[in-house]
Design a protein around this ligand. Structure first.
Ligand SMILES: C[S@@+](CC[C@H](N)C(=O)[O-])C[C@H]1O[C@@H](n2cnc3c(N)ncnc32)[C@H](O)[C@@H]1O
Length: 275
């Protein structure tokens, strides 16, 4: 992330909990993605922008104690949560390192380098991928899971005024902070421009209807994280967002329209370099 960019999601403890909630909604996709990318027992993995460690912990479970996982994040505070979670799981094959992905010192023998929801914040993702490739073993794999937030505009409709507002507030924050809301769609170009083979791609979005589903609370938590920037950029007032009642208002809207709610879609891409 560049000097002048503001990290849209903030760095609060609530944001750390939101990342863990998010993982519960997207973990099925990530686990399958890691397995399709060839992750298996004994491998050595690097997780870029690890946050509270969710992808790293899933990878650590798959590689087992004969493998190892290093998670890197520029926010040193969130790494204490990642370390505590690894300890609680009894993992001794995980390590979490504070640093900027484009600068931190890294080993050069990773089997898999992965990142989830991180390239959208990186101003020069091609340069970062070019660097990361040099830290892979021959035959190693690069794998990223990034959002396709621009697709969310297609979710708006005349009978969903609250969702329509949320889409504009949310995307407005990401756009104004310089995050790439279409990073998922850009993965193909970023991989190939970085000299990687054309990646294998997939697209996923969790969905829920008005049944008991954690998606409403997750979106409300996301808006709690970005509320300071919604206000700062003049997109809406705290009263308009009313974050404490947001999940319930959204649920009511979904219940009335009888159409399910889609969470931000993610695109996955992985490519194996020549071995
Ligand atoms: C949305 S969170 C995703 C966390 C985790 N990958 C997950 O999916 O749960 C993005 C994380 O990337 C980190 N990050 C963003 N840009 C980074 C960079 N250039 N170098 C290292 N970490 C970065 C942020 O500090 C944040 O913890």
């Amino acid at each position: 992330m560049t000097e002048n960019r503001e990290y849209a999601m903030g760095r609060s403890e609530e944001e750390t909990s939101r990342l863990i909630e998010q993982s519960q909604l997207y973990d099925r996709v990530t686990r399958r993605f890691l397995q399709e990318a060839g992750l298996s027992v004994g491998m050595k993995v690097l997780d870029i922008g690890t946050g509270a460690g969710d992808v790293a912990l899933t990878a650590a479970e798959i590689v087992g104690p004969s493998g190892s996982v290093i998670g890197v994040d520029m926010n040193p505070d969130i790494l204490s949560t990642a370390r505590e979670r690894a300890t609680a799981l009894g993992y001794t094959h995980t390590e979490f390192v504070a640093g900027e992905a484009s600068e931190v010192e890294l080993d050069t023998d990773f089997d898999l380098i992965v990142g989830r929801l991180v390239l959208l914040y990186v101003p020069k993702p091609v340069d970062l991928l070019r660097r990361l490739v040099t830290h892979l073993k021959p035959g190693g794999t690069v794998a990223f899971q990034e959002p396709a937030l621009s697709f969310y505009r297609a979710m708006t409709s005349d009978d969903t005024p609250l969702l329509n507002n949320m889409v504009e507030w949310g995307l407005g924050v990401f756009e104004q902070t310089g995050a790439n809301i279409s990073m998922g769609f850009d993965l193909f170009g970023v991989f190939t421009e970085a000299g990687l083979p054309a990646p294998k791609l997939d697209y996923h979005a969790p969905m829920g209807g008005p049944e008991d589903w954690p998606g409403y609370e997750f979106l409300a938590a996301s808006f709690r994280s970005i509320l300071p920037l919604i206000e700062k950029f003049g997109l809406a007032t705290a009263e308009e967002v009313d974050v404490d009642t947001l999940a319930n208002r959204l649920w009511k809207e979904v219940n009335e329209t009888k159409r399910p709610l889609m969470l931000p879609p993610h695109i996955t891409a992985f490519a194996k370099i020549d071995g």
